[in-house]
Structure formats: C-alpha cells, structure tokens
Design a protein around this ligand. Sequence first.
Ligand SMILES: [Zn+2]
Length: 501
Amino acid sequence: MFKLMHFLVHRRFFAAVIGIAILPAGWAHEVVIQNVTLLTANRSQPAPNQNVRIRDDRIVEISSRALQVGAGVERIDGRGKFLTPGIMDSHVHVGEPPGVPIGSKDPAHATLHSSFAIQQPRSYLYFGVTQLLDLTGPAEAIVTFNAQPIRPDLFYCGLAPPLDGYPTVFVPKSERYSLMPNFIYEPANADKHPLPQGFKAQDHTPEAVVNRIALSGARCIKVPIEEGFGGARDWPILSTETLQRVRKAATERGLLLIAHANALGMQRIAVNTRVDVIAHGLWNWDLESDKPGVPPQIAAHLRSVHEHKIGYQPTIRVLAGMADLFRDDTLKDPAYLKVVPPALLRWYSTEEGQWFKNQLRKDFDAPDMQIAHIHLKTAAQGMRAAKFLHDLGHPLLLGSDTPSAPTYGNQPGYDTYREMRFMAQSGIPLDAIFRAATINNAQQFGLDQDYGTIEPGKIANLLLLDANPLQTVRAWSLIDKVVLRGKVIEREMLSAERVMK
Ligand SMILES: [Zn+2]
C-alpha cells in the first residue's frame, strides 16, 4: 500500500521522466481546473466558479461544486481567470515558411525550413490555436507538421486547381504538374490549355480527382475560382458543368467543397455551384464605395450567401499581410520574437529576405505607401462585407489564411489573433467572434463531436485566459496556459525564444 501511495504521489515526476505514454495501463493523467469562469457557446452566459476535470485527453466532468482532487492529480487554480475552448483556424497552409520563396530547394534555405518546422506548431499554440484546417494539404507538409512533439490537431483539404489555373500559375510548368498533381482537366479550355504530355484525361476528371483526394484522408476539397488579380485577368477557371460534377462527386465521397473566390463574379459562381464554404471575404470589387455599408450588388450577393447557408471566411489578414511588407516596424513587432524562429527573423532583414517586397514594387510600379494603401483599401472593403454578412445573422468562420502569399507579414498564430482583431474593428461583436473561432468552425467542418465547446466528452483543448474575450478582443492574447489534449502548457514555454538561437 505504501508503495502504491508513493507511486501515486510521484506519478507526475515519473510521467515527466519516462513519458506519460508508458505509464502502466489504467493510470490516467488527470487535471482539475478549479474556480474558473467558463465561456463556451453552449451556455448563454459566462458561468463563474466552475470546476473542470480532465482525464487523459478528454473533459470528463464539469461542476459548480468542488471536485475531489486525489493524490497525483494536477490542480490548476482558475480564480480570476476565464476558460474557453481552444481556437480553430480553418484556413491555413502549413507547408511553407512565410516569406521564403514557394517550393524553394535552395540548400541555403534548409535552416529556415527546419527551424520553421519546429516552431510553427508552437506559434499557433502560443496564440491559443489548438485546431487547424490546412486548405491545400500537401502530404509532405502534413507529415512534417505531425512529426512535431507538441502541435495543434491538424485537419486538411485537398487542392484541385484547374489545369494551368490559379494557384499553379505561380509555379513553372516543369514543376507544376508534379507539385499539384490533382489538377482538373477542363475540356472547355482545351484549345488554350491542352492536357500536358504524359497525362491521361481519365486521371484528371472531377470524379478521379475527388476520389484521390478522398483516399488521401482529406475532409474537404478546395477548388480555386480565380480569373486573376493584380495585372492578371486570363487565368483559366472550371466551367459550370465541370464545377457541378465536382460538387456531385464531393457529396458522394462525403467531402466538403470549399471555393477560393474573392471577387464578385467568382463568388457568384461559387454560390451557383452551392459550395459549402467560400474561403475568402468579398473584397475584390471596384464599385462606388464611399457610403457606409456595401453597394447594392455586393449586398444582393451576400444575401444569397446567407440564404444558401454557405460558410464564409473573411480572411482580412491576406491583404494586411501584404501591406505590412511596406511598414518599417513589421519586423520590430515584439510578437515576432514569440512566433518567428530567430534564424528566420534575421533572414527577413537580409536583401534576399526582401525579395517579395521588391517583386511587388516592380509589379505595382508605385511608391511603397501607395502599394500599402491599395491593399488596405481592399481590406477595408472586405471588412465592410464581413460586417454586412454578420448583420444578416450569418455565422462567420475564423480563418486567417496564414500565409496567403510569400509575405513575412503573415505569421502562424499571430495572424489568427490579428484576424480576430480585424473582425472586431469591422464592427463584428465579440460574442460573434468567439463563436467564429470555436463552435462555428467545429460545426462547419463536422468536428463538433470533439471540439468547439467545453462539455464532458470533448477533447480537452482549452485556453486559460487572464481577461474576458467577451469584453475585449485583446483577451485572446492574454493567455496564461494552453491545455492541449489534457496537457497543461505554460504559454511562454511555446515562445520562439525558447528554442534554438
Ligand atoms: Zn489560402
């Protein structure tokens, strides 16, 4: 008996030394969070003085009465603190370090890639992001991410671009088809975009591509509907008929259909296709826009998004992350020390690290301030659209699209938080932002059995905050502890300053 007690008392020590995974079967890791205020979408009000028991990776008990805390149970004092579900960011790309040329195999970039691979999951967690959805899901990147010891739960879609369409236009033809093998061949574009040599049409029908993506373990398929931006206007898109076949095949295989679209015409196609989610805000419009609210054409379209219950990710940070390249203080932001590995942060300041900024200078052929202004003006249109949609009663989805371009202005975790701040600046109320970050994403992507609220049976991905996020959006950055599958992590342990120099 004494030996057993001794073992119980020292279990935490044991667990730390030998690893929880090899504790004898039947010995659960248990945590009790005491006297905390619960904020969760399944309750209409904050619930003060609650006690939450976690066993292994699940929440098992919630009570306003004190819970028994046996020996060896980890006890967290929640007095004066707020417990929320962990944040889900439903639009990320974990495959590329922000700012590093896409697909770079330059050996000089190897350190950047490896330091980023180690820090990226920690950076998401640093800002409370415990679930991620990667909308392109390159297999190698998913494996690398999941090989990290501490990481958010990662889900992914498969990307099905039109042959030679966005985003494959940014990849040289010699690498395009191997890098993005699930392209869809569009017979209607065959004169300009014939099937490349060595490929068979039967492997690139909507049905064949959807089938491959379903077999890869993806939950969803993302189809770009993008004719061009910046100077480009002639990228091929899929025909109505082909999009309908994608829709049908996705439904048959149980995959959600996500559309990349951010211009009015493109989003109209997405609505007509009855996609499940539009992965961007509607910002790309050039209409009379000095009045508050949105122009009538935009309003009519957003009403149709609402009517058809299509999920909507404002992704405001896409444009701000471009504008941030042209600010002097971006790389001096103290938050960068927390989320960017030191080697990568140093590289950003080098001449080579400025490549994308220099490319935009060439593309826009305008002074820096003007390039920044163009992007911020577009972002403001997206903010107005998001607010309008919210006012219709539409539940928004939190998605940061990190990184949306090779800009160091987007950073993992930090951008999820900044996206929430932008939503608040758009006039979207804090409780709607709370839902966008938690329950809405869980429900939209079929994950609400496990995530989205604080209830017994759900996975214990939780945040202990020092302030109430229903009173200030900044509370989402006042994180005391992150609970990841029942494991309690002090926030500062996740900082990029804690790993190699
Ligand atoms: Zn994206």
